[in-house]
Structures are given as structure tokens and as C-alpha cells.
Design a protein around this ligand. Structure first.
Ligand code: FAD
Length: 396
């Protein structure tokens, strides 16, 4: 069987994998990134919304090729139609640009390649190689040929359906309450406001929301996330979305260019995402904002943290937890508190009735909200409806 030797093997060429590969290679590591699909970035299972504020931090150069649409902000809608607007700068991790994920993911992989990463597509990891009780690489199939990739560290960047963590014995399992099942159309020929990302809360999308993310003047990603524990039949998310579209004449007249189904984790941060000679990043590590279901920015930031630490480990010839502990510290310092807070907020939000959501959104529309952060929103509610904040006492 063909054998390949590398310092680092990254499994999965999504945003988190490419970012990890780039930062590790830039730091001097010999990196191979493998991707099971034949085309990086395709097919897309994403609403494609990102904010602008983190992009520079992780070293991404903005390119008009992958920016499909720039938006002014977010429109949040209550079940009965109250609406408040938040400016793009303050609207959270998914609002700013709507990207073309096929081109965005390829651009990130190209950055990793420019830094020295070797990339293999149509190459699927099938199991871990263990040697003397230690992880020593992965077995894979490339164009149907079995190969062994020996590496000092394996990076599991294999997304929501990740197997790498499971193979290593890291518990990445999810409760039904901590999963949103999603369905999305790319609708064209619609009448809508192409300057705002729109989010509709309440029973239209039990435990989740309906989104409209603009792609151009008359085309948008129109999708829904429904909490898995509230799904009675696998076709429910599509049924809720179809109902929502049928009630909006501007959307109803549209035609679908594509339809996609997928899922996101909306859980609290995992206790550990690394062990000797292995790290998990991005969706594979359940790094997703539990309120919005957005994970591109978080995956990229964690990928940068992982890549920097892996490069150090390669230089020191130590990829045990001695070195990798720094990755845990770095990503937790940067991301963990917000994931915890938003998970606790999600636990409460998903229990609120349409009437309560109407009251809350009406309050925001009357008094304004500067920033779409759990703390800022709660401060406004506390000022005007202290009785509602009782539900969220531990978050304030
Ligand atoms: P992925 O992008 O999933 O990449 C993982 C890669 O690993 C894939 O290319 C896969 O083919 C590959 N792979 C898997 N197994 C193997 C294997 N065994 N061997 C080799 N390769 C393998 N986030 C946002 O920020 N904004 C949004 O608007 C947004 N909308 C979303 C809408 C929907 C419907 C869904 C489902 C998700 C959405 N997300 C959004 C979440 C976002 O898509 C993910 O958080 C993001 O893609 C995570 O990046 P990643 O690199 O961790 O994983």
C-alpha cells in the first residue's frame, strides 16, 4: 500500500481545515490536506452569510470574486411582523457579506496551498492509524486506491458529520435539542429587500428561525432551521419553509435554482477537542454559534489558533498535549464564553411563545438596539419589560 509521510494531515478542506493548514504551513510545517469531495466548496450547504470584522484577523484577503452581496444589516422579525433593524457592524457573525461558498472555500484552500500545503481531492479518510497506543496518521482512499498517510498530528476538520473525533474516542455526540435541521432554497425572481439579511422568529420555525440572505437584486438564499427535538417527520423543515414562502407574495412568485438540506450543531462548547497527536476544528469540534447556527468565522478563528500551535509543535517535535494544550487555551479564550452564553440563551429562547417573542421584538423596534449580542438585548428588555428577563436571570 502507498505510504505518505507528513508532519500534519488535515482531514477536510472546508474553511476550518484550510485555515488550519494555511497557518501550520506558514509556520514551517509540512502539511497535507485531504478532501473527500472532488470539488472543494461544492455542493454548498450554507446560507453563506458572514460578518466582516474577523476576516482580517485570520489573514483572509477580501476578493470580489467571492463576495456575492454586501448588506447593510439585519432585519429581525417577530411572529406577527414587528421588525427591528441592526446595523451590519453590530449584527453578529453572519451579517455583512453574503458570499459564494464555492469560490470562498476554494480561495481559502488556495491560500493554504500558497503557504505550502499539499492538497488531495477525492481522498477520503477511512480510519486512524494507531501505533503503540498513539495516533500516527490516517488511512484513506484516493480515487479508489487505499493509502496510508503517516503524520505527527491529525486534524479533524471534517465538518458536522465528523468521524475523526469519534474514531479517536472524543465524545462529539449531540442531543436532539442541540441540533437544528435545515432546508434551504436559492429562490430567484423574488420581491424582497436585498440590502438586509432577514431573520423571522417563532412558530414559523420551531426552535430556530427562517432566513432570507440576499444573493442579488431578485435572488436570495431562503432557508429554515428547526430544532430536531421539535421535528416529528423528516420532511417537517421543508413543510415549514414552504408554508412561510406561501404566505409571502414576494417570495411565492420566485422559482428555485437549488434546494439543500443539512444540519448544524447548536450545543455548548465541548470539554475537550484535542488529545495527543490529534485536534478537532470547526463543525467537527462543534464550534458553532448556538443562536444563529453560524460557524464559518468561528471555524476560521479556531483553525488559525490550531495552525499556529501545530507549527510550534512541529518545530519542537512534540505534538502531545504538552503542546496542544495551548490550542485549547487559545480557542477557548477567544470563543468559549460566547458559545456558552449563546447556548444558555438558546435554551431559553426556544421555549418562548409567539406572544412573548412579539413583545420582545416590539420592544426592540420601539427603543432600538445597538448591538445584536445576548447581553445588549437583555439589557434593553430589562429596562422595559423586567418581568420577561426573569427567564434569563443567569445570563445577565
Ligand atoms: P465544512 O465546511 O463542513 O467542511 C468539512 C469538509 O470535510 C467538507 O468539505 C467534507 O467534504 C470534508 N470531509 C468530511 N469527511 C471527510 C473525510 N472522511 N475525508 C476527507 N474529507 C472529509 N455558517 C455561517 O457562518 N453562515 C451561514 O450563513 C451559515 N448557513 C448555514 C446554512 C445551512 C443550511 C447549514 C447546514 C450550515 C450553515 N452554516 C453557516 C454553518 C457553516 O456551513 C459551517 O459552520 C461551516 O461550513 C464549518 O466549516 P468546517 O470547515 O468546519 O466544515
Amino acid at each position: 500500500m502507498r505510504k505518505i509521510e507528513k508532519d500534519i494531515v488535515v482531514v477536510g478542506a472546508g474553511p476550518a481545515g484550510s485555515m488550519t493548514a494555511k497557518w501550520a504551513a506558514q509556520g514551517g510545517a509540512d502539511v497535507l490536506m485531504i478532501e473527500k469531495r472532488q470539488e472543494i466548496g461544492s455542493p454548498v450547504r450554507c446560507a453563506e452569510g458572514i460578518s466582516k470584522h474577523w476576516v482580517e484577523e485570520v489573514g483572509i484577503t477580501v476578493n470580489n470574486k467571492w463576495v456575492a452581496r454586501e448588506v447593510r444589516g439585519a432585519k429581525i422579525k417577530s411572529p406577527s411582523g414587528h421588525t427591528f433593524l441592526v446595523d451590519e457592524k453590530n449584527a453578529g457573525n453572519e451579517v455583512g457579506w453574503v458570499v459564494d461558498r464555492v469560490l470562498f472555500d476554494k480561495a481559502l484552500a488556495a491560500d493554504a496551498a500558497r503557504a505550502g500545503t499539499e492538497i488531495m481531492v477525492k481522498t477520503s479518510a477511512t480510519s486512524l492509524i494507531w501505533e503503540n497506543g498513539k495516533i500516527a496518521g490516517v488511512r484513506a482512499q484516493t480515487y479508489g486506491e487505499p493509502i496510508e498517510i503517516r503524520a505527527k498530528c491529525v486534524v479533524g476538520a471534517d465538518g458536522y458529520e465528523s468521524q475523526v473525533g469519534r474514531w479517536a474516542g472524543i465524545d462529539t455526540s449531540l442531543k436532539a435539542d442541540d441540533i437544528d435541521t435545515c432546508y434551504q432554497y436559492r429562490l430567484t425572481g423574488i420581491d424582497y429587500d436585498p440590502d438586509y439579511c432577514e431573520f423571522t422568529l417563532g412558530s414559523a420555525a420551531p426552535g430556530g428561525y427562517v432566513w432570507i440572505f440576499p444573493k442579488d437584486e431578485d435572488t436570495a438564499n431562503v432557508g429554515i432551521g428547526v430544532q430536531l427535538s421539535k421535528v416529528k417527520h423528516p420532511a417537517d423543515p421543508k413543510m415549514y419553509l414552504d408554508k412561510f414562502i406561501a404566505k409571502r407574495p414576494g417570495l411565492k412568485k420566485g422559482q428555485p435554482l437549488e434546494a439543500v438540506a443539512g444540519a448544524v450543531s447548536i450545543c455548548a462548547p465541548l470539554d475537550s477537542v484535542s488529545m495527543d497527536n490529534l485536534v478537532l476544528v470547526g463543525d467537527a469540534a462543534r464550534m458553532i454559534d448556538p443562536i444563529t447556527g453560524g460557524g464559518i468565522s468561528i471555524g476560521c478563528i479556531a483553525g488559525m489558533c490550531a495552525g499556529k500551535v501545530l507549527a510550534k509543535g512541529v518545530k519542537a517535535n512534540d505534538l502531545s498535549m504538552n503542546t496542544l494544550q495551548e490550542y485549547e487555551t487559545m480557542w477557548r479564550d477567544r470563543l468559549e464564553n460566547k458559545q456558552w452564553r449563546n447556548w444558555m440563551a438558546k435554551e431559553k429562547l426556544t421555549t418562548l411563545s409567539d406572544e412573548t417573542l412579539d413583545k420582545i421584538v416590539h420592544t426592540f423596534s420601539q427603543y432600538g438596539v445597538e448591538k445584536l449580542s445576548v447581553q445588549d438585548l437583555l439589557a434593553v428588555i430589562k429596562r422595559h419589560h423586567p418581568e420577561l428577563v426573569k427567564e434569563f436571570e443567569e445570563l445577565i
